[in-house]
Design a binder for this molecule. Structure first.
Ligand SMILES: Nc1ncnc2c1ncn2[C@@H]1O[C@H](COP(=O)(O)OP(=O)(O)OP(=O)(O)O)[C@@H](O)[C@H]1O
Ligand SMILES: [Mg+2]
Length: 479
């Protein structure tokens, strides 16, 4: 039995030849083409398990070939070759249903592992036969549901492997790319960093990435939550105290500044710090020296300072609640983390990342999410930012355990948004048209869930099978 039929389209002769030889040697039957136009003719006349195609080609390009197989074949998968690891290209490929993508120059083992997993998946869909042409709408629908979801999730996971990740900080948005660049630039310096942004945007995550990418990484990172420690205790927490400094000080104790010696101190929620203590902090930062409470000896430390806040420090300075001199001391390198609602492109990758983690933590195997679910998730504004999304995914995984997450699995606040959308329907299109569309969607969704089995779909909708068939006929849904 042949291992599988592959069509390769690539306008660089050397790459085409190399791929052809590699895959032929592995037992695949390969048809190579130097241009998209003749490949399209071949695709019209022959069925393949796999299309491997370059994206940029004159006349007929890779995305057109992908759209073609997507429309015509039930289980032919596409892998795109791209010399530009740009998000735009990868996203267009994803929209056209690419299973995976290969970044030039590629390694043989990457090509093989991608081809093998695509081939495995194609076989799952076809059994051992050659991919079939799509003949009915129901098939098309099926193809657009699971297959597409699996492919998108695979592509998302690939994203996470390379460019769009710094440590475990995920982000494809322009805003996050800027943050990554800054982190890389300033991590291994001694510059004081001020990280700002709403609650849950990832400020602490960035502080950790900075520390662990600096030469201080083997020394301590000491975190002080200035908002959580009572005012009266904060000074001795930061600077320590001498034995007998106050009642109960039965022995000398080191403060966080001393504990962080050689490493980094991260002053979290700095905007909440008491005004009087700010003076002492300013001096400690300026001189990297301080005295323990109740002590006279000046202690020198070598440390790097990072601070974070979800408050607007400039406003606090104007209101006289935050010292201006301290603000300038801290604001040497500002890193602002945009709220999630201003970088919604990050939602799918974050979702995929949290899904993988929650699956592992909860011993679950949720495969992904349907396309319409992602649309709804992207509409939402996330006042709790990334933390809220993370908690949502965790909850969905725990409740769902396996399979795909659909709109109906989301909490009610998401439905609420959908309902609002419905009221924005264009009423001028007429009552009958709108109701028919709604009916059609319900039926397609039910058929989709049951892989086209009408009796089961009718059951889901609490409808007679014959009524369902009648409605399908009336609404023009192919059987
Ligand atoms: N870009 C990201 N990629 C992956 N995980 C993220 C990202 N941003 C935030 N998280 C996760 O979201 C949660 C909240 O992040 P973090 O604690 O760093 O936020 P914060 O800005 O410090 O929030 P707060 O102001 O409430 O302290 C953490 O569990 C963190 O791991
Ligand atoms: Mg925090």
């Amino acid at each position: 039995m042949e291992k599988g039929r592959i069509i390769i389209v690539e306008d660089e002769q050397s790459i085409l030849g190399m791929l052809g030889e590699l895959l032929t040697a592995k037992g695949y039957s390969v048809d190579p083409f130097l241009d998209g136009k003749s490949a399209l003719v071949a695709l019209k006349n022959n069925a393949y398990h796999l299309l491997i195609t370059d994206i940029m080609m004159p006349k007929v390009d890779g995305l057109q070939l992908l759209s073609f197989i997507q429309k015509e074949y039930l289980s032919t998968l596409g892998i795109v070759i791209t010399g530009y690891g740009s998000l735009e290209t990868a996203i267009s490929a994803m929209r056209c249903g690419a299973f995976d993508y290969l970044l030039k120059p590629f390694k043989f083992e990457d090509v093989l592992s991608s081809v093998e997993s695509a081939m495995q998946y194609s076989r799952l869909l076809t059994g051992d036969s050659i991919p079939k042409k799509i003949t009915s709408k129901a098939n098309l629908l099926r193809r657009f549901s699971e297959n597409r979801m699996v492919r998108e999730n695979t592509l998302l996971r690939n994203f996470l492997k390379d460019k769009y990740k710094f440590e475990n900080i995920i982000g494809v948005s322009f805003g996050m790319q800027k943050v990554f660049e800054l982190i890389e630039k300033v991590a291994d310096t001694n510059a004081t960093i001020l990280i700002t942004g709403e609650s849950g945007v990832g400020k602490e995550l960035v502080a950790r990435a900075l520390h662990f990418n600096s030469s201080r990484r083997d020394k301590p990172l000491v975190v002080v939550n200035c908002g959580a420690i009572p005012e009266t205790l904060l000074e001795s927490e930061l600077f320590g105290y001498e034995k007998g400094a106050f009642t109960g000080a039965t022995s000398t104790r080191l403060g966080r500044f001393e504990l962080a010696d050689g490493g980094t101190i991260f002053l979290d929620e700095i905007g909440d710090m008491n005004f009087n203590l700010q003076v002492k902090l300013l001096r400690a930062i300026q001189e990297k020296a301080f005295e323990r409470v109740g002590g006279t000896k000046t202690i020198d430390v070598d440390l790097r300072i990072m601070a974070a806040t979800n408050r607007n420090l400039e406003d606090l300075v104007r209101e006289g609640k935050f010292r201006e001199d301290l603000y300038y001391r801290l604001n040497v390198v500002p890193i602002h983390m945009p709220p999630l609602r201003e970088r919604k492109q990050d939602i799918p990758v974050l979702f995929a990342h949290f899904l993988e983690r929650s699956n592992a933590l909860n011993n679950a195997s949720v495969d992904g999410f349907s396309e319409d679910t992602m649309e709804v998730l992207m509409e939402y504004d996330y006042p709790g930012n990334v933390r809220e999304l993370q908690n949502l995914v965790e909850r969905l995984v725990v409740l769902k355990k396996s399979g795909f997450i659909g709109i109906e699995d989301l909490p009610e606040k998401f439905y609420g948004q959908q309902k609002q959308d419905n009221t924005r329907l264009d009423l001028h299109r007429g009552y009958d048209t709108l109701v028919s569309e709604f009916e059609q969607n319900l039926i397609l969704k039910a058929l989709n869930e049951t892989n086209g089995v009408k009796s089961k779909a009718a059951q889901i909708l609490s409808m007679n099978r014959t009524t369902l068939i009648e409605k399908m006929k009336r609404l023009g849904i192919a059987e």
